[in-house]
Design a protein around this ligand. Structure first.
Ligand code: FAD
Length: 257
Protein backbone atom coordinates (compact mmCIF):
# COMPACT_ATOMS: atom_id res chain seq x y z
CA UNK A 1 0.00 0.00 0.00
CA UNK A 2 1.19 3.53 -0.75
CA UNK A 3 0.22 6.90 0.62
CA UNK A 4 1.08 10.41 -0.59
CA UNK A 5 2.53 12.63 2.13
CA UNK A 6 3.35 16.34 2.09
CA UNK A 7 6.52 16.46 4.17
CA UNK A 8 6.39 20.25 4.42
CA UNK A 9 3.42 19.57 6.72
CA UNK A 10 4.36 16.19 8.18
CA UNK A 11 7.90 16.90 9.45
CA UNK A 12 8.33 18.97 12.60
CA UNK A 13 10.69 21.38 10.81
CA UNK A 14 8.09 21.87 8.02
CA UNK A 15 10.43 21.21 5.11
CA UNK A 16 10.13 18.55 2.41
CA UNK A 17 8.47 17.56 -0.86
CA UNK A 18 5.23 15.70 -1.51
CA UNK A 19 6.23 12.04 -1.89
CA UNK A 20 4.66 8.61 -2.19
CA UNK A 21 5.45 6.49 0.86
CA UNK A 22 5.18 2.71 1.16
CA UNK A 23 3.08 1.68 4.18
CA UNK A 24 4.48 -1.37 5.97
CA UNK A 25 1.82 -3.66 7.39
CA UNK A 26 3.83 -6.72 8.38
CA UNK A 27 7.03 -7.39 10.31
CA UNK A 28 8.91 -8.89 7.39
CA UNK A 29 12.22 -8.41 5.55
CA UNK A 30 11.92 -5.59 3.00
CA UNK A 31 13.49 -6.39 -0.37
CA UNK A 32 13.84 -2.77 -1.38
CA UNK A 33 16.32 -0.29 0.13
CA UNK A 34 14.11 2.07 2.07
CA UNK A 35 14.39 4.97 4.49
CA UNK A 36 11.91 4.54 7.31
CA UNK A 37 10.06 7.62 8.51
CA UNK A 38 8.70 7.63 12.05
CA UNK A 39 7.10 10.84 13.28
CA UNK A 40 9.50 12.98 11.19
CA UNK A 41 10.72 14.96 14.22
CA UNK A 42 14.44 14.52 13.65
CA UNK A 43 14.64 14.79 9.89
CA UNK A 44 15.68 17.44 7.39
CA UNK A 45 14.42 16.25 4.01
CA UNK A 46 15.75 17.37 0.62
CA UNK A 47 13.66 17.48 -2.58
CA UNK A 48 15.13 14.10 -3.57
CA UNK A 49 15.03 11.75 -0.58
CA UNK A 50 15.59 7.98 -0.92
CA UNK A 51 12.60 5.63 -1.26
CA UNK A 52 10.43 6.21 1.83
CA UNK A 53 8.36 3.86 3.99
CA UNK A 54 6.31 4.12 7.18
CA UNK A 55 4.74 1.68 9.61
CA UNK A 56 0.97 1.23 9.50
CA UNK A 57 -1.36 1.75 12.48
CA UNK A 58 -1.03 -2.00 13.14
CA UNK A 59 2.19 -1.10 14.98
CA UNK A 60 0.48 1.45 17.22
CA UNK A 61 -0.24 -0.48 20.44
CA UNK A 62 0.79 -0.96 24.07
CA UNK A 63 0.32 -4.43 25.60
CA UNK A 64 0.85 -5.42 29.18
CA UNK A 65 2.62 -8.81 29.10
CA UNK A 66 3.02 -9.33 32.85
CA UNK A 67 6.50 -8.19 33.84
CA UNK A 68 7.13 -6.44 30.49
CA UNK A 69 5.44 -3.87 28.27
CA UNK A 70 5.24 -4.71 24.58
CA UNK A 71 4.99 -1.57 22.48
CA UNK A 72 4.47 -1.18 18.72
CA UNK A 73 7.08 1.00 17.02
CA UNK A 74 4.46 3.34 15.50
CA UNK A 75 3.16 4.27 18.97
CA UNK A 76 3.92 7.88 19.84
CA UNK A 77 5.97 8.65 22.93
CA UNK A 78 3.22 10.74 24.55
CA UNK A 79 0.83 7.78 24.49
CA UNK A 80 3.34 5.58 26.33
CA UNK A 81 3.97 8.36 28.85
CA UNK A 82 0.24 8.65 29.58
CA UNK A 83 -0.02 4.86 29.93
CA UNK A 84 2.93 4.76 32.34
CA UNK A 85 1.43 7.55 34.45
CA UNK A 86 -2.00 5.88 34.52
CA UNK A 87 -0.66 2.45 35.53
CA UNK A 88 2.14 3.77 37.78
CA UNK A 89 5.07 2.41 35.72
CA UNK A 90 8.61 3.81 36.12
CA UNK A 91 11.15 4.87 33.50
CA UNK A 92 9.09 6.70 30.87
CA UNK A 93 9.06 10.20 32.39
CA UNK A 94 11.61 11.39 29.78
CA UNK A 95 8.95 11.03 27.08
CA UNK A 96 7.34 14.27 28.24
CA UNK A 97 7.36 16.56 25.17
CA UNK A 98 9.77 14.24 23.36
CA UNK A 99 8.06 14.09 19.97
CA UNK A 100 8.25 10.92 17.91
CA UNK A 101 7.28 7.30 17.54
CA UNK A 102 8.86 4.62 19.71
CA UNK A 103 10.67 3.25 16.62
CA UNK A 104 12.36 6.61 16.00
CA UNK A 105 12.91 7.24 19.70
CA UNK A 106 14.66 3.85 20.15
CA UNK A 107 16.69 4.13 16.91
CA UNK A 108 17.95 7.58 18.06
CA UNK A 109 18.27 6.45 21.70
CA UNK A 110 16.48 9.71 22.43
CA UNK A 111 16.42 11.21 25.88
CA UNK A 112 17.24 14.09 28.12
CA UNK A 113 20.63 14.74 29.75
CA UNK A 114 21.88 11.39 31.09
CA UNK A 115 18.48 9.66 30.75
CA UNK A 116 17.65 7.79 27.56
CA UNK A 117 15.01 5.40 26.24
CA UNK A 118 17.40 2.41 26.27
CA UNK A 119 17.63 2.62 30.09
CA UNK A 120 14.74 0.22 30.67
CA UNK A 121 14.54 -1.42 27.27
CA UNK A 122 14.81 -5.21 27.10
CA UNK A 123 14.69 -6.11 23.41
CA UNK A 124 13.69 -4.98 19.95
CA UNK A 125 11.81 -6.86 17.21
CA UNK A 126 13.15 -6.61 13.65
CA UNK A 127 12.67 -9.01 10.70
CA UNK A 128 15.56 -11.01 12.24
CA UNK A 129 13.50 -11.70 15.38
CA UNK A 130 13.85 -10.36 18.94
CA UNK A 131 17.25 -8.76 19.55
CA UNK A 132 18.39 -8.55 23.13
CA UNK A 133 19.60 -5.20 24.49
CA UNK A 134 23.06 -6.69 25.22
CA UNK A 135 23.51 -7.23 21.47
CA UNK A 136 22.68 -3.63 20.56
CA UNK A 137 25.12 -0.73 20.85
CA UNK A 138 23.25 2.19 22.34
CA UNK A 139 25.21 5.42 22.74
CA UNK A 140 24.49 9.12 23.07
CA UNK A 141 21.59 9.83 20.68
CA UNK A 142 22.32 6.81 18.55
CA UNK A 143 22.10 3.04 18.19
CA UNK A 144 23.50 0.57 15.69
CA UNK A 145 20.05 -0.80 14.77
CA UNK A 146 20.02 -0.66 10.98
CA UNK A 147 16.82 -2.60 10.37
CA UNK A 148 13.22 -1.54 10.77
CA UNK A 149 12.11 -1.78 14.41
CA UNK A 150 8.61 -3.27 14.62
CA UNK A 151 8.10 -3.73 18.35
CA UNK A 152 9.94 -3.00 21.59
CA UNK A 153 9.89 -4.78 24.95
CA UNK A 154 10.39 -2.64 28.05
CA UNK A 155 10.85 -3.62 31.68
CA UNK A 156 7.72 -3.00 33.74
CA UNK A 157 8.81 -1.55 37.07
CA UNK A 158 6.33 0.01 39.46
CA UNK A 159 6.61 3.66 40.50
CA UNK A 160 6.00 6.49 38.02
CA UNK A 161 8.31 9.27 39.23
CA UNK A 162 6.25 12.50 39.39
CA UNK A 163 9.21 14.47 40.77
CA UNK A 164 11.37 13.45 37.83
CA UNK A 165 8.56 14.42 35.46
CA UNK A 166 8.49 17.93 37.00
CA UNK A 167 12.28 18.14 36.57
CA UNK A 168 11.96 17.21 32.88
CA UNK A 169 9.15 19.74 32.42
CA UNK A 170 11.43 22.47 33.79
CA UNK A 171 14.32 21.42 31.54
CA UNK A 172 12.10 21.94 28.51
CA UNK A 173 11.22 25.50 29.40
CA UNK A 174 13.98 27.00 27.21
CA UNK A 175 12.92 24.99 24.18
CA UNK A 176 11.86 27.14 21.19
CA UNK A 177 8.24 26.78 20.09
CA UNK A 178 8.95 27.48 16.40
CA UNK A 179 9.11 24.47 14.01
CA UNK A 180 12.42 22.59 14.35
CA UNK A 181 13.84 19.08 14.32
CA UNK A 182 15.03 19.29 17.92
CA UNK A 183 18.71 19.85 18.71
CA UNK A 184 20.62 20.46 15.49
CA UNK A 185 24.02 19.19 16.70
CA UNK A 186 25.03 16.61 19.31
CA UNK A 187 26.73 18.01 22.38
CA UNK A 188 30.48 17.42 22.06
CA UNK A 189 32.05 15.54 24.97
CA UNK A 190 32.18 17.79 28.05
CA UNK A 191 30.63 20.79 26.32
CA UNK A 192 27.37 22.07 24.85
CA UNK A 193 26.74 22.65 21.14
CA UNK A 194 24.46 25.56 22.09
CA UNK A 195 27.25 27.28 24.04
CA UNK A 196 29.74 26.93 21.16
CA UNK A 197 27.19 28.19 18.61
CA UNK A 198 26.36 31.15 20.81
CA UNK A 199 30.04 32.02 21.33
CA UNK A 200 30.58 31.76 17.56
CA UNK A 201 27.76 34.28 17.01
CA UNK A 202 25.10 31.93 15.67
CA UNK A 203 22.32 32.64 18.16
CA UNK A 204 19.54 34.21 16.05
CA UNK A 205 21.61 33.97 12.84
CA UNK A 206 19.24 33.83 9.88
CA UNK A 207 19.39 32.77 6.24
CA UNK A 208 16.05 33.33 4.42
CA UNK A 209 13.33 31.58 6.42
CA UNK A 210 15.73 29.51 8.57
CA UNK A 211 17.61 30.59 11.69
CA UNK A 212 19.43 29.33 14.75
CA UNK A 213 16.88 30.16 17.43
CA UNK A 214 17.36 33.24 19.59
CA UNK A 215 15.83 31.21 22.45
CA UNK A 216 18.29 28.27 22.22
CA UNK A 217 21.17 28.51 19.71
CA UNK A 218 21.25 24.73 19.01
CA UNK A 219 17.71 24.69 17.59
CA UNK A 220 17.55 25.33 13.85
CA UNK A 221 14.08 26.83 13.42
CA UNK A 222 11.82 27.49 10.47
CA UNK A 223 10.54 31.05 10.75
CA UNK A 224 8.14 30.47 7.85
CA UNK A 225 8.85 29.30 4.30
CA UNK A 226 12.36 28.10 5.22
CA UNK A 227 14.00 25.73 2.74
CA UNK A 228 16.35 22.76 2.78
CA UNK A 229 19.10 24.79 1.04
CA UNK A 230 18.86 27.58 3.62
CA UNK A 231 19.06 25.03 6.44
CA UNK A 232 22.14 23.38 4.89
CA UNK A 233 23.82 26.77 4.38
CA UNK A 234 23.41 27.59 8.08
CA UNK A 235 24.57 24.12 9.17
CA UNK A 236 27.73 24.26 7.00
CA UNK A 237 28.49 27.79 8.11
CA UNK A 238 28.11 26.90 11.80
CA UNK A 239 30.24 23.74 11.52
CA UNK A 240 33.06 25.65 9.74
CA UNK A 241 32.97 28.55 12.15
CA UNK A 242 32.95 26.42 15.34
CA UNK A 243 35.79 24.27 13.97
CA UNK A 244 37.84 27.36 13.13
CA UNK A 245 37.22 29.14 16.45
CA UNK A 246 37.27 26.24 18.92
CA UNK A 247 38.76 23.28 17.03
CA UNK A 248 35.54 21.32 17.67
CA UNK A 249 33.83 19.39 14.87
CA UNK A 250 30.09 19.64 15.55
CA UNK A 251 28.32 16.41 14.63
CA UNK A 252 24.75 16.60 13.32
CA UNK A 253 22.01 15.20 15.55
CA UNK A 254 19.31 15.81 12.95
CA UNK A 255 19.27 13.37 10.05
CA UNK A 256 19.64 14.88 6.59
CA UNK A 257 18.08 12.83 3.79
C1 FAD B 1 10.67 20.22 19.65
C2 FAD B 1 11.53 18.99 19.63
C3 FAD B 1 12.15 18.57 20.80
C4 FAD B 1 12.98 17.45 20.81
N1 FAD B 1 13.57 17.08 21.98
C5 FAD B 1 14.38 16.00 22.00
C6 FAD B 1 15.01 15.58 23.20
O1 FAD B 1 14.84 16.17 24.27
N2 FAD B 1 15.81 14.49 23.17
C7 FAD B 1 16.03 13.78 22.02
O2 FAD B 1 16.77 12.80 22.06
N3 FAD B 1 15.44 14.15 20.85
C8 FAD B 1 14.63 15.24 20.82
N4 FAD B 1 14.02 15.62 19.64
C9 FAD B 1 14.26 14.83 18.42
C10 FAD B 1 13.21 13.74 18.18
O3 FAD B 1 12.12 13.90 19.02
C11 FAD B 1 13.81 12.36 18.43
O4 FAD B 1 14.96 12.15 17.63
C12 FAD B 1 12.83 11.22 18.11
O5 FAD B 1 13.52 10.03 18.36
C13 FAD B 1 12.35 11.22 16.68
O6 FAD B 1 11.40 10.19 16.50
P1 FAD B 1 10.57 10.10 15.14
O7 FAD B 1 9.63 8.97 15.24
O8 FAD B 1 9.99 11.42 14.82
O9 FAD B 1 11.73 9.70 14.13
P2 FAD B 1 12.06 10.29 12.67
O10 FAD B 1 12.48 11.72 12.81
O11 FAD B 1 10.97 10.00 11.72
O12 FAD B 1 13.32 9.40 12.32
C14 FAD B 1 14.53 9.49 13.05
C15 FAD B 1 15.40 8.28 12.73
O13 FAD B 1 14.79 7.11 13.27
C16 FAD B 1 14.62 6.16 12.24
N5 FAD B 1 13.39 5.42 12.53
C17 FAD B 1 12.13 5.90 12.71
N6 FAD B 1 11.28 4.90 13.00
C18 FAD B 1 12.01 3.75 12.96
C19 FAD B 1 11.70 2.37 13.13
N7 FAD B 1 10.47 1.92 13.40
N8 FAD B 1 12.70 1.47 12.97
C20 FAD B 1 13.97 1.87 12.70
N9 FAD B 1 14.33 3.15 12.52
C21 FAD B 1 13.35 4.08 12.65
C22 FAD B 1 14.55 6.95 10.95
O14 FAD B 1 14.88 6.13 9.83
C23 FAD B 1 15.59 8.01 11.25
O15 FAD B 1 16.88 7.47 11.04
C24 FAD B 1 13.18 16.73 19.61
C25 FAD B 1 12.54 17.13 18.43
C26 FAD B 1 11.71 18.25 18.43
C27 FAD B 1 11.04 18.66 17.16
Amino acid sequence: MEKEIDFSRYTSIKIGPVKKVCIIDEAVFLEKDIFLIGGGNNILMSENPPFLAMLSKKFDFIKDDGDVLRVGAATIGGKLLSYARKYDIAGFELLHKLPGTLGGIVKMNAGLKEFCISDNLKSVLTHKGWIDKKNINFSYRSSDINDVIYEILFEKKAGFDHERLEKFKNMRKNQPSKPSAGSCFKNPLGDYAGRLLEQAGFRGKRVGGMAFSDVHANFLVNLGGGTYDEAIELIDDAQKSVLQKFGVKLELEIIVI
